[in-house]
Design a protein around this ligand. Structure first.
Ligand SMILES: Cc1cc2nc3c(=O)[nH]c(=O)nc-3n(C[C@H](O)[C@H](O)[C@H](O)COP(=O)(O)OP(=O)(O)OC[C@H]3O[C@@H](n4cnc5c(N)ncnc54)[C@H](O)[C@@H]3O)c2cc1C
Length: 401
């Protein structure tokens, strides 16, 4: 399956950062991670830090799946508001999900510091825009709920928004715990750091067969090599959802555009905040360290890559004109545009951990617009499970929730 197409910006900008060999011999290990996108990279990094004998296998080059297409806004806020989540799971679990996601975003900042590599990590505030006057009450409730939990965020009214930005909206939430990153460079840097802790990384290595044994799993690669592992981690992104009989996610297509560097960010507020909106499908915006603007959105329930790709041109025009409506004073010239496949889980949360159909495996299905936030949680939960340690967040993301 093609996970993305067009010209995702990050691999074009960064080139091939680190080379890894394909697997060409049989190997034995404690944990085999299938998938070297941002999820597999974070898991390998955490397992490497814990001293677990780990190998990583990817059929493509490292970080060339959805990770290369990601716009990489790092947010604790989910597509499902805390108040909506509380209706589904009860206030205690909903609060725990939001608190776990906030810790995950903080952890991403710590990792960025630990890596000491150029991964385009920048802390940002995040602006969540109401669409219609009907949303104002909902935004106030959400603001109050999150404040009660100790979240640092402001409720902006129509006047505040007009003073700071070049567009009008009835309300917005401005949160202070967000960031952005270059997801491709980030995944490379994580795997590079993991290899320094003896994690073995093999790309262009397609896992074509998997068998459960009494003591673990045996994997076969397309080149005929065998991997024997006590545990396997499925970090294959949207390609992993076919491993479970019950459909757990809906695949949708999303589109993104990056501009040429701009000379001014007129009307964007003080810190070039991340921007996204309550409307569905929503528009999401960020800037890059080299002064570009990335606009994403226009999601559609299309899983066929050919149909998805035929729409890139039209979606590029729509995203560009939506950007110009918001920021008429910023000159926006399209440099690259692309499409990617996105998975949506109905309740908005990730699935992380064991599934009864695979007794020696862990899943890390960090789908949705907060995929990277969920990937960190997956890395911590799976590391703790491998080490036999308790993890307070694990129950929130289990399959039978
Ligand atoms: C356009 C777009 C914008 C997004 N924006 C955001 C955002 O702003 N913030 C956010 O948090 N998330 C965002 N996401 C989601 C986020 O990017 C994903 O959740 C994340 O990249 C998934 O990473 P992954 O490592 O799980 O999957 P992938 O990056 O797809 O990696 C999975 C890897 O598994 C490999 N693989 C699959 N099958 C096999 C096999 N049989 N053998 C060996 N290897 C295999 C693949 O080759 C691939 O490299 C966005 C996604 C898209 C597409």
């Amino acid at each position: 399956m093609d996970l993305r197409s067009g010209s995702p910006f990050w691999p074009v900008k960064d080139g091939l950062l680190h080379a890894h060999p394909p697997l060409d011999a049989d190997v034995v290990c404690e944990v085999a991670v299938i998938g070297a996108g941002i999820t597999g990279a974070l898991i390998a990094y955490h397992l490497g830090q814990a001293g677990v004998d780990t190998i990583v296998l990817d059929k493509r080059d490292v970080a060339h799946g959805s990770t290369a297409a990601s716009t990489a806004l790092l947010q604790y806020e989910l597509n499902v508001m805390l108040s909506e989540l509380a209706d589904k799971f009860g206030p205690r679990d909903a609060s725990n999900v939001y608190l776990a996601c906030r810790r995950a975003v903080e952890r991403l900042g710590e990792i960025a510091t630990e890596l000491r590599a150029d991964i385009g990590y920048e802390r940002r505030t995040s602006l969540y825009l109401a669409t219609s006057p009907r949303d104002v009450k909902l935004f106030r409730t959400e603001w109050e709920l999150r404040r009660t939990l100790g979240f640092d965020l402001d409720l902006l009214g129509e006047r505040d928004i007009a003073q700071r930005f070049s567009f009008a909206r009835p309300a917005a939430l401005l949160t202070h715990n967000a960031a952005q990153v270059d997801p491709y460079a980030f995944a490379h840097a994580l795997l590079d750091a993991a290899t320094r802790r003896d994690v073995r990384v093999y790309d262009r290595t397609d896992v074509v067969k998997m068998e459960t044994t009494n003591i673990g799993m045996t994997l076969r690669t397309a080149a005929g090599c065998t991997v024997r592992a006590r545990s396997v981690v499925f970090a294959q992104g949207y390609e992993a959802h076919s491993l479970i009989r019950k459909k757990v996610a809906r695949l949708v297509s999303t589109y993104a555009v990056v501009s040429e560097p701009v000379t001014s960010f007129n009307g964007w507020g003080e810190d070039r905040c991340l921007i996204w909106e309550h409307a569905r499908p929503y528009l999401y915006l960020r800037t890059t360290p080299d002064g570009r603007i990335i606009v994403g959105g226009e999601d559609e329930a299309i899983s066929d890559p050919k149909r998805r790709d035929r729409r890139i041109e039209k979606k590029t025009r729509t995203l560009t004109s939506r950007f110009r409506e918001l920021f008429p004073a910023i000159a926006f010239d399209v440099a690259y545009s692309w499409a990617g496949t996105f998975g949506e889980i109905r309740d908005g949360l990730a699935y992380i951990g064991r599934h009864m159909e695979w007794p020696h495996a862990y899943f890390a299905l960090g789908y949705g617009g907060n995929g990277i936030t969920f990937s960190v949680l997956a890395a911590e939960i799976i590391r703790d499970a491998v080490l036999g340690r308790p993890n307070d967040d694990a129950y929130l993301f289990r399959f039978d929730r």
